[in-house]
Design a protein around this ligand. Structure first.
Ligand code: SAH
Length: 265
């Protein structure tokens, strides 16, 4: 089993000290798929920004609006320019998160999306998880210290009051660039102690950490990875119902955040 390390979260702590006394005024919601993003766009009556500061020609989409005194920005990496499918995965998620932070300087990032869940760790279809830690499961570098860099484990911004108030489940998230799971991935996910598995979370956390923006991760379970059904089939079957639950959770989270400082979350 690969050795694991946990990020200290120190840069985020100093950020929090600065912002502690100010209510959160601007959030950035990062969502990988259009099916996941549109219900949230509609819920907050966000509008697409045709003049985003993104480079000319990229498929990334920026929606924005105001809700209860909070500026809400939502970014979706858009459809792949060649193949026309959602630009899921860590590369697109990192790029769009980086560009959005540079342009929008949010107080808080919310990465919302669907995920596979492990029933052995207590996950069920439709469950909503607030993620406590993220790590990668497909960056195997068996050289001392590089192994830890590959796993890239880090703690998310702690939100104990939010977790309690909304009665969400808490769990660790493991990220990789594949929807399926090889035996090697499975061993790493077990080493990461993950309850949910996605294709973007740890990448968003990496960029947020670099640029010192607190980030939280809300993941709704579309498929049970350690169950009998094939993942792709189960994912597509549950996507619509689970994204409805996800957008409800995001709305509750934004309601809870409204008027609060980071330290109150
Ligand atoms: N066939 C899908 C492909 C989406 S990829 C389509 O119709 O477009 C899956 C997306 O959902 C990714 O953004 C990922 O973060 C998330 N996801 C859901 N279940 C997952 C799982 N079991 N493993 C990894 N990612 C999962």
């Amino acid at each position: 089993m690969a050795p694991r390390g946990e990020g200290s979260g120190a840069p985020v702590d100093s950020m929090v000290a600065q912002l502690e006394k100010h209510p959160i005024s601007s959030i950035l919601i990062v969502i990988a798929m259009q099916t996941e993003a549109l219900p949230v766009v509609n819920k907050f009556q966000l509008v697409e920004n045709p003049h985003s500061s993104f480079p000319e020609g990229v498929p990334w989409v920026h929606y924005h609006g105001t809700y209860k005194d909070i500026i809400i920005n939502l970014v979706w990496p858009g459809k792949d320019l060649t193949l026309g499918v959602d630009s899921v995965g860590t590369v697109s998620a990192s790029l769009v998160t980086y560009a959005s932070i540079q342009a929008l300087q949010p107080d808080l990032i919310i990465n919302a999306g669907t995920a596979g869940g492990f029933k052995a760790k207590g996950a069920g279809i439709g469950d909503i998880f607030l993620v406590s830690h993220v790590a990668f499961h497909d960056r195997r570098i068996p050289i001392p210290v590089f192994d830890l860099y590959g796993v890239g484990s880090r703690q998310t911004f702690p939100t104990p009051n939010l977790l309690k108030a909304l009665n969400l489940k808490a769990g660790k998230l493991s990220t990789g660039d594949s929807l399926d799971m090889t035996p090697q991935d499975e061993a790493s996910i077990t080493a990461n102690d993950a309850t949910v598995k996605d294709m973007e979370g740890a990448a968003v956390a990496y960029v947020a950490g670099l640029l010192k923006i607190p980030a939280i991760f809300v993941k709704a379970v579309t498929d049970i990875v350690d169950g009998k059904k094939p993942t792709a089939e189960e994912f597509l079957q549950n996507l619509a119902a689970v994204t409805a639950a996800l957008d409800g959770a995001v709305a509750q989270i934004v309601d809870f955040i409204s008027g609060k400082c980071l330290s109150e979350l």
